[in-house]
Design a protein around this ligand. Structure first.
Ligand code: HEC
Length: 311
């Protein structure tokens, strides 16, 4: 018999273990992003979690019980999940849908917490996992899971080994992250950072301070962009939102020094383990909108500066 066919046949009957692995990695990965890295899940993230997390358990129990209907039970979840992830990804990366219509409260669904290689965002990762699970279910369904094949196997070995391996990897990564956090906090140089700013904030008490410093057109552009990209976390009035983002009307980053430095700050964001982090919350790089240009971020900074001096 041909070697390749044997390999494929084996894969056909083991494909649901691949689905189990994908579900566990997806669940652990999403918990890592929210619980370890501190990224706040948006509404659409929660829908994807609702569809993904049960699969970690359903696939394990179904494999243990050698349930022949398992692919049919899993498919509705994975197909729906693919739909939600695709919608979420298109919302982030295109203008096909009206701006963040489903997510007006809390973190905007357009926020990209990660943007690896310029295209890998969290819903992209979820889409990959849901697609792997769907494909594995279709392969298993097609193979028909013959009884002898399934009964001679010892399903509990991989069903136990896969979750244990994923959980161990999660704990290891979380520990490495916590260590990095502690080291960053222990670095004494970081504490001195705020003192480096000159104390030259023009305050309202000093009287009206050149309100027309920035071009009105730029400020108006900045206002629109601010509402779209930053207001959900920093407030419509830029006075902050509890547990999402601090006030920007009195922010030294915005008001002091060069506007370009503020743009660089926003571009970089503030990770949880950044020694400069003051809130214990994460500010995503570019406010979660890597598509915004330097000029657009500059317009936002000009808007925030203008509104800080004009009551
Ligand atoms: C998902 C929520 C979120 C979004 C969206 C967001 N921010 Fe933030 N931002 C934060 C958090 C949280 C902090 C505080 C981080 C820390 O502890 O230092 C912060 C901090 C800042 C600071 C520093 C404030 C200070 O004085 O310490 C600036 C400036 C800022 N954000 C600008 C922006 C701009 C401009 C946008 C839009 C392009 C934006 N943010 C979008 C959450 C967000």
């Amino acid at each position: 018999m041909d070697e390749k066919i044997t390999w494929w046949e084996r894969f056909e009957h083991g494909s649901l273990y691949v689905a189990l692995l994908a579900a566990w990695i997806a669940m652990a990965g999403s918990l890592y992003f929210s619980e370890v890295a501190g990224y706040i899940p948006c509404k659409l993230c929660w829908y994807q979690r609702i569809l993904m997390y049960p699969l970690a358990g359903v696939l394990a129990v179904g494999l243990l019980r050698r349930d022949r209907h398992l692919p049919v039970l899993v498919l509705p979840f994975s197909l729906l999940g693919q739909g939600v992830s695709t919608y979420h990804y298109l919302l982030q990366k295109t203008t096909l849908f009206s701006e963040a219509a489903t997510c007006e409260i809390g973190v905007p669904c357009t926020t990209m917490w990660i943007n690896w290689f310029g295209f890998v965002t969290i819903p992209f990762l979820a889409l990959v996992a849901f697609t792997i699970i769907t494909a594995c279910c279709l392969i298993a369904l097609n193979a028909g899971l013959p009884d002898e094949e399934m009964t001679t196997a010892t399903p509990w070995v991989p069903v136990v080994a896969i979750p244990v391996a994923v959980v161990l990897a999660f704990v290891l990564l979380a520990r490495v992250n916590a260590q990095g956090h502690e080291e960053a906090l222990a670095a004494p140089a970081a504490i001195a950072a705020p003192a480096a700013f000159p104390t030259l904030i023009p305050t309202r008490a000093d009287g009206p301070v050149e309100p027309a410093r920035a071009d009105i057109a730029v400020v108006t552009q900045g206002e629109g962009l601010y509402r779209e990209a930053c207001a959900a976390c920093h407030g419509q009035d830029a006075r902050g939102v509890a547990n999402l983002g601090p006030s920007l009307v009195d922010s030294a980053v915005i008001l002091e020094g060069e506007a370009q430095a503020a743009v660089a700050f926003i571009r970089k964001g503030v990770a949880l383990d950044d020694p400069a982090n003051t809130t214990g919350l994460v500010m995503p790089p570019s406010g979660g909108r890597p598509d915004l240009s330097d000029q657009q971020l500059l317009a936002i900074v000009e808007y925030l500066r203008a509104r800080a001096v004009v009551p």
